[in-house]
Design a protein around this ligand. Structure first.
Ligand SMILES: [Zn+2]
Length: 180
C-alpha cells in the first residue's frame, strides 16, 4: 500500500467530511517523498569529487539550515547544523557538506543520532583527521505540544579524532559556531 492510500485513511478518520479533500492525499505523499528522500542515499555518491589540498587546519561550514522529523511523533525538527573537519589531504566543496546534512535530516530522526551520523559520514568518505558536528534545533513535539516550550532549543555535539582529543581545537570549533 502506498503512502497516498494511507493518508486518505487518516484524513477520513480526522474529518468526517473529507470528500472535499480529494487531492490532499496525493499532495501529502509528494511532501513525504521530499521530506524522507534521505533513505537509501549512498554518501559516497553524494561526495564523489575531492580536491587535493595542503590544507591541514580546521574547516567549518556553519549555520546550515535543516528540516527533519522526529521519529517519535512525526513532527518537524527545524534547526541549524555546523560541520567542521580537519582534513588529511582531501577536501570537498562546501555545498557537499550541506548535502551530507540533508541526507540524514531527510529521514525520521533522533537529533543525537543524526549528529553522530553526519560526523561518521565525514570520517568515512573524507578520511579526516577529526570531525565535529554541532546541531541546534527546535522540536515541534516539545515546542507545540506536550510541555509546550516554544523557545527551547535542543543542542547536540559530536567530536571525533583530533577534534575530540585536542581541547584547543574543540574550543575553537565551538567558539566559531556559537558566534553569529
Ligand atoms: Zn518527538
Amino acid at each position: 500500500m502506498d503512502i497516498e492510500h494511507h493518508i486518505k485513511g487518516i484524513i477520513g478518520k480526522i474529518d468526517p467530511d473529507s470528500s472535499r479533500l480529494e487531492e490532499t492525499p496525493a499532495r501529502v505523499a509528494k511532501v513525504y517523498g521530499e521530506s524522507f528522500s534521505g533513505y537509501g542515499v549512498d554518501i559516497s555518491s553524494v561526495v564523489s569529487k575531492f580536491y587535493d589540498s595542503g590544507m591541514d587546519d580546521l574547516i567549518i561550514l556553519k549555520n546550515i539550515s535543516f528540516e527533519s522529523h522526529c521519529e517519535h511523533h512525526l513532527v518537524p525538527i527545524i534547526g541549524t547544523a555546523s560541520v567542521g573537519y580537519v582534513p588529511q589531504g582531501k577536501i570537498v566543496g562546501a555545498s557537499k557538506l550541506a548535502r551530507i546534512v540533508d541526507c540524514f535530516a531527510r529521514r525520521l530522526q533522533l537529533q543525537e543520532r543524526m549528529t553522530m551520523e553526519i560526523a561518521q559520514a565525514l570520517e568515512s568518505v573524507l578520511e579526516v583527521k577529526g570531525a565535529a558536528v554541532y546541531l541546534e534545533a527546535e522540536h515541534f513535539c516539545i515546542s507545540h505540544r506536550g510541555v509546550k516550550k516554544p523557545e527551547s532549543k535542543f543542542v547536540t555535539r559530536y567530536f571525533s579524532g583530533i577534534l575530540k582529543s585536542d581541547p584547543n581545537l574543540r574550543r575553537e570549533f565551538l567558539e566559531s559556531v556559537q558566534k553569529n
